[in-house]
Write a protein that binds this ligand. Structure first.
Ligand SMILES: Cc1cc2nc3c(=O)[nH]c(=O)nc-3n(C[C@H](O)[C@H](O)[C@H](O)COP(=O)(O)OP(=O)(O)OC[C@H]3O[C@@H](n4cnc5c(N)ncnc54)[C@H](O)[C@@H]3O)c2cc1C
Length: 323
C-alpha cells in the first residue's frame, strides 16, 4: 500500500528524471494540477526507447527518411490512453498499422498470427512522445546523484538506470532487463512479398523483422530487425558486428540473397524488462520518506509503451494527491 501524502507535500516541486513516455505522462498531470516541476532528460532528443533516427549518407534517395529504432509499435487498452491515441489518430500523428503479423523460423515463414491493433507513427514513433510533450520545457542533462533538495524526485527511467543514482531501485523492482541491438536496413528495391512484421521465436539471430516501409506508410524498401538478446549481449561493445548476422537471418526468412545498400545498428543495453520478472502492482513506487519515487514500464506485467503511460500517469496523480 502506498501511503497518502500530507497536503503540505503536495505542492512541493518535483524533479522528473527522464522524458520518455513515462516521464512525460507524469509531467502532464503535474502541469494540469499546477504543481511545479522540471523535467530533465539525458540526450538531445526526448522519447527514450520510443526512438527514431534519420538515414544519413546512404547515397540514396532515402537520406532524411526516419527509421524506428526502439519500440516497433504500441497497443492500446487503457481508456485514458485510448483518448489520447484517438486524438493523435485524428491529427495523423499515429495510424492503425496492422493486427496481423507472421511467424517464422530460420527456414522461412510458418504462418500468420492475429492480435490486437498495433499503432505506428508515420513520422516515427518518437513523434508520439514529442506530441504528448508539447508545451513542456525539457532540460537536457544527466542526473547522476540524488542531492537532497527541496524537490521530490520522480525517477522515470529503466530500473537499472535508476539504480545508478538510487541503489535500492533494483531491490524495489527486481525486474530482469535484456539488451537488443536493432539493425536498420535499406535495399535497392523490395525483394520480399508484402508483410508487416514477422516474429521469429526460434533460436535464430533475429527475433523480429518490421517492414518499415509498411509501418511508415511510404513503402520504402526498408526493414528493421531486432537481434536476439543473447547475440546482442555478446556485441554490446561493438553493435555493428551483428549486422552480417542480422542480414543473413533476414535473407533466410524472407528468401532472397540481395545485400542492403545501407545498414545501421543501434544498441539498447536495457531494452525491455522480461515479461514474468516485473510486478503489476503497485503502478509506481513511493519511498516512505516522500522524497524519491519510481515509475516506468517495469511496473506492469505487460511492459510496453502503454505501461509507461499508465505508470507515469498514476505517479503524477499520486504526487498531486488525486490518487
Ligand atoms: C528495441 C525495443 C523494442 C521495443 N518494442 C516495443 C513494442 O513493439 N511495443 C511496445 O509497446 N513497447 C516496446 N518497447 C518498449 C517501450 O519502448 C518502452 O516500454 C517505453 O518506451 C518505456 O518508456 P519509459 O519512459 O518508461 O522509458 P524510456 O523510454 O527508456 O525513457 C527514459 C528516458 O530517461 C532518460 N534518462 C535515463 N537516465 C537518465 C538520467 N540519469 N538523467 C536524465 N535522463 C535520463 C533516457 O535518456 C530516456 O530518454 C521496445 C523497446 C525497445 C528498446
Amino acid at each position: 500500500m502506498t501511503q497518502v501524502l500530507a497536503s503540505t507535500e503536495l505542492t512541493r516541486p518535483v524533479l522528473i528524471v527522464g522524458a520518455g513516455i513515462t516521464g512525460v505522462a507524469c509531467a502532464r498531470v503535474l502541469r494540469t494540477h499546477g504543481v511545479p516541476f522540471r523535467i530533465v532528460n539525458k540526450g538531445m532528443k526526448i522519447g527514450g526507447r520510443m526512438a527514431s533516427r534519420e538515414v544519413r549518407d546512404s547515397g540514396t534517395e532515402w537520406d532524411g527518411r526516419v527509421f524506428d529504432t526502439g519500440a516497433s509499435y504500441f497497443t492500446v487498452s487503457d481508456p485514458d490512453f485510448r483518448l489520447h491515441v484517438q486524438e493523435m489518430r485524428d491529427l495523423g500523428i499515429v495510424t492503425e498499422w496492422t493486427d496481423t503479423f507472421h511467424v517464422a523460423d530460420d527456414t522461412g515463414i510458418l504462418g500468420v498470427k492475429v492480435g490486437p491493433m498495433r499503432y505506428s507513427a508515420p513520422k516515427g514513433i518518437r513523434s508520439v512522445v514529442e506530441y504528448l510533450a508539447q508545451g513542456l520545457e525539457v532540460f537536457e542533462g544527466e542526473i547522476d546523484s540524488l542531492d537532497v533538495t527541496e524537490e521530490r524526485i520522480a525517477l522515470c527511467v529503466p530500473t537499472p538506470q535508476a539504480a545508478r543514482i538510487f541503489p535500492q531501485a533494483m531491490e524495489i523492482n527486481p525486474s530482469v532487463w535484456e539488451p537488443v541491438i536493432v539493425v536498420s536496413m535499406l535495399f535497392a528495391e523490395q525483394y520480399w512479398q508484402d508483410f508487416d512484421g514477422i516474429f521469429d521465436n526460434s533460436a535464430s539471430a533475429v527475433t523480429w523483422i518490421a517492414n518499415d516501409g509498411s509501418r511508415r506508410g511510404d513503402r520504402a524498401p526498408a526493414l528493421v530487425a531486432h537481434v536476439h538478446p543473447v547475440l546482442s549481449s555478446h556485441h554490446l561493445a561493438d553493435p555493428s558486428a551483428v549486422i552480417p548476422f542480422a542480414v543473413n537471418a533476414v535473407q533466410q526468412i524472407l528468401g532472397f540473397d540481395h545485400q542492403p545498400t545501407w545498414t545501421s545498428a543501434h544498441r539498447w543495453t536495457f531494452a525491455k524488462p522480461v515479461e514474468g520478472t516485473t510486478r503489476s502492482e503497485p503502478l509506481f513506487h513511493a519511498e516512505p520518506d516522500g522524497q524519491v519515487f519510481m515509475a516506468g514500464d517495469s511496473f506492469s506485467d505487460r511492459p510496453r509503451v502503454e505501461a509507461g503511460w499508465i505508470s507515469g500517469s498514476a505517479l503524477g496523480k499520486y504526487l498531486v494527491g488525486t490518487r
